[in-house]
Ligand binder design. Structure first.
Ligand code: 7TS
Length: 407
């Protein structure tokens, strides 16, 4: 059952929200770029440095064991959060970008000339460029699932370009520029019929919905801690154990080895095989309370409330003369990208900032999306469960004021 969120109590957990920016109360609508951190996350990271800081997986001494326990407890929380079968399948990286690069770089041996790799027309650059490079290294062809005018991916195109030479399908779960929720279950099932692996970029979905990698049957799934109320510099790569066993290591050095002689080395077991060097320990430690926090509130309740914000914001913004929403998919996350006739997104963003409202403007690291819609960029308001309808009213009034000034 969906309960009503106690927004005042939720907001009290986020110290950064209670300040003025440019003399106005902060309205933070740039959650797609990064989310704010609840006090429990800040406290856990401070407590780590105040009490247990030591390197992990090394010392016999007590602090090292405590640090290792916290680090591995976070891995278990991540596993449970996305319902992976085993903690061996959870690799800590520095973010979604590194998770994608890891798989793309380790995939050379699985792709050859004449094969193809499929991505979509609505990806973040970090889910485009690594696959372009893989294609360039191997001589494989890069094929594209196109998007319709609503920003929904075209399944009939996918059906046409998918074949027995497809080795990888890499798509986002939710588009960061449009908000489209993509039918990844369908992509995965179809790709598997042709023996292709599937990489789901979950950077924008993990903060907004329940994820079950086993139900999805994804081969790989990635997200960033900082977009889900945790610290920057930490990401997760989920990979099916069978795939992670097949892939070669990504980087080489301490931690990822079993045995080293001066002439040759063998690799550590999963997940350590992919975690060379001292990791971002306090970041990993901070991810656990972030996931615990959203689970305590309830991911379903978060999704329901954020959907209300999306509907409210969509209705109010559309009342502005000349405003056009880019990304009108039937299934969307709580993110509104828009342009207004006769204005530039950057100018609207600047004026909103003066009013204390933080939005992102520009191409959102998704230049092909802007090309698809033939626009230079958008203003993007991306909502979190700590946002309110009153804040959306402030955004709408701000956009109206900006448009009057700019036209
Ligand atoms: N994939 C998607 C869908 C994203 O939205 C982002 C970041 C990334 C990958 C890369 O994540 P990172 O944590 O490795 O940088 N998206 C955004 C955004 O929309 N605004 O700033 C960053």
């Amino acid at each position: 059952m969906i309960k009503t969120l106690d927004i005042a109590a939720v907001r009290a957990d986020f110290p950064i929200l209670h300040q003025e920016v440019n003399g106005k109360p902060l309205v933070y609508f740039d959650n797609g770029a990064t989310t704010q951190k609840p006090q429990v996350v800040i406290d856990a990271m401070a407590a780590y440095y105040n009490k247990t800081n030591a390197n992990v997986h090394r010392g016999v001494h007590t602090l090292s064991q405590l640090a290792t326990d916290q680090f591995e407890a976070s891995r278990e929380t991540v596993r449970a959060h996305i319902n992976a079968a085993s903690t061996k399948e959870i690799i800590f990286t520095k973010g979604t970008t590194e998770s994608i690069n890891l798989v793309a770089q380790c995939f050379d041996g699985f792709v050859e000339k004449g094969d193809n790799i499929i991505i979509s027309a609505i990806e973040h650059h970090s889910n485009i460029v690594p696959w372009q490079m893989l294609a360039a290294r191997t001589g494989a062809e890069l094929r594209i699932i196109t998007a319709n005018n609503a920003g929904e991916l075209e399944m009939d195109v996918f059906d046409e370009i998918l074949d027995s030479r497809t080795k990888m399908v890499a798509v986002n779960h939710i588009s960061n520029a449009l908000g489209t929720l993509n039918p990844v279950e369908e992509f995965i099932a179809k790709a598997h019929k042709f023996g292709a692996a599937v990489f789901i970029d979950g950077a924008q979905s993990v903060p907004h919905m329940h994820i079950n990698v086993q139900d999805l049957d994804a081969d790989f799934f990635a997200f960033s801690a900082h977009k889900v109320y945790g610290p920057t510099g930490v990401g997760v790569l989920y990979g099916k154990e069978s795939w992670l066993n097949k892939l070669p290591p990504y980087q080489f050095g301490g931690e990822m080895i079993k045995e080293v002689t001066l002439q040759k080395s063998t690799w550590a077991d999963l997940p350590h095989k992919f975690e060379a060097g001292t990791p971002h320990i306090e970041g990993v430690v901070g991810l656990k309370p972030a996931l615990d926090y959203i689970n305590k509130i309830g991911v379903e309740d978060i999704a329901a409330y954020e959907h209300e914000l999306l509907e409210y914001g969509t209705e109010k913004l559309l009342q502005i003369d000349g405003l056009r929403i880019i990304g009108t998919a039937a299934k969307k996350a709580s993110l509104i990208s828009f342009v207004v006739d006769g204005t530039h997104p950057y100018d609207i963003g600047m004026i909103l900032d003066k009013l204390g409202v933080a939005v992102r403007t520009g191409h959102h690291c998704a230049q092909p999306v802007m090309a698809r819609f033939d626009i230079p960029g958008t203003v993007r308001a991306s909502f979190s469960f700590y946002n309110t309808k009153e804040e959306i009213d402030i955004l709408v009034a701000g956009v109206e004021r900006a448009v009057k000034m700019l036209r």
